[in-house]
Design a protein around this ligand. Structure first.
Ligand SMILES: [Ca+2]
Ligand SMILES: [Ca+2]
Length: 273
């Protein structure tokens, strides 16, 4: 369960810090630090009990997040709509259709990926910038997590771009029950992942990107829907060689205040030693 992992992770940081300290100290110091390990191992048990009663992470119901619905070369992206600029996205299976060597020859997963390369769809021209969006309503489980006021969202997807003329940006917007924008978070400009013109493959693989997560992914309490926007930008050439696949998102409840307080107490005890 992600909630459990979150606290395990924070404890592992303590343990790792102790280990790194032992490398710099003598045997006597090492014995004392090892006794701290034992103390922390015991304290982990009640933490599990507390976290087991907290809410679990919930998946956001993104439609066609893997771009598997449709046909090769089509500009109709089921579940997604163009919200800025002219048509600038196509489905691609990677087996040809005008791809450049630096365009992926295979999807990250499944049969298709999303490309902004107009040649995938045989279009004669392409806007310098285009935005494809999907608004996802929060289901009752998601709404309950958001209403608690401590939820975090984590959006994950795969990106590919080795053309320094081209870039992408992914933005998550939080909307209230009236579809009014509350706030948003963004990846900022996603530049080329490898040197300009590097062919798809070992030197330029699909690259995993996460937007949000702990600290930066705070979900406003009155969020009723989330809008995912994929924007491309091209400053030269005539094709936008940026590509996306496998969008997924989770809303994650933050550990309860009781757990955070206990973790804080652990830190205080350690400092007093
Ligand atoms: Ca796919
Ligand atoms: Ca290009």
């Amino acid at each position: 369960m992600p909630a459990k992992n979150a606290t395990n992770y924070s404890l592992r940081i303590h343990l790792q810090t102790n280990r790194s300290m032992t490398t710099k100290t003598n045997n006597k110091r090492k014995i004392r630090l090892q006794s701290r390990h034992a103390t922390l191992a015991v304290i982990r048990l009640p933490l599990f009990g507390l976290l087991a009663s907290s809410a679990s992470a919930a998946t956001l119901a993104i439609v066609n997040g893997g771009f598997e619905t449709g046909t090769d070369g089509s500009a109709t992206i089921s579940g997604w709509t163009t919200t800025a600029g002219a048509t600038g996205f196509w489905l691609q299976d990677g087996t040809g259709g005008g791809s450049f060597p630096q365009d992926p020859s295979a999807p990250q997963a499944g049969s298709f990926y999303l490309t902004a390369n107009r040649l995938a769809g045989g279009a004669g021209s392409q806007p310098a910038s285009s935005t494809l969006s999907q608004t996802v309503g929060l289901d009752p489980t998601n709404l309950a997590l958001a209403a608690a006021g401590t939820a975090q969202i984590s959006l994950n997807f795969f990106y590919h771009d080795t053309d320094f003329n081209d870039s992408g940006t992914v933005t998550l917007s939080f909307l209230d029950g009236s579809s009014t924008l509350i706030s948003s978070i963004t990846t900022g400009t996603l530049a080329n992942i490898a040197g300009n013109g590097t062919a798809f493959g070992a030197l330029a693989p699909w690259t995993s990107v996460t937007l949000g997560g702990p600290i930066t992914g705070a979900v406003p309490m009155n969020t009723a829907a989330v809008r995912i926007s994929i924007t491309t930008n091209r400053i030269g050439g005539s094709a936008t060689n940026v590509h996306f696949d496998s969008f997924s998102a989770q809303i994650i409840p933050e550990p309860s205040a009781a757990v955070l307080g206990l973790v804080g107490t652990l830190g205080l005890l350690r400092r007093r030693r």
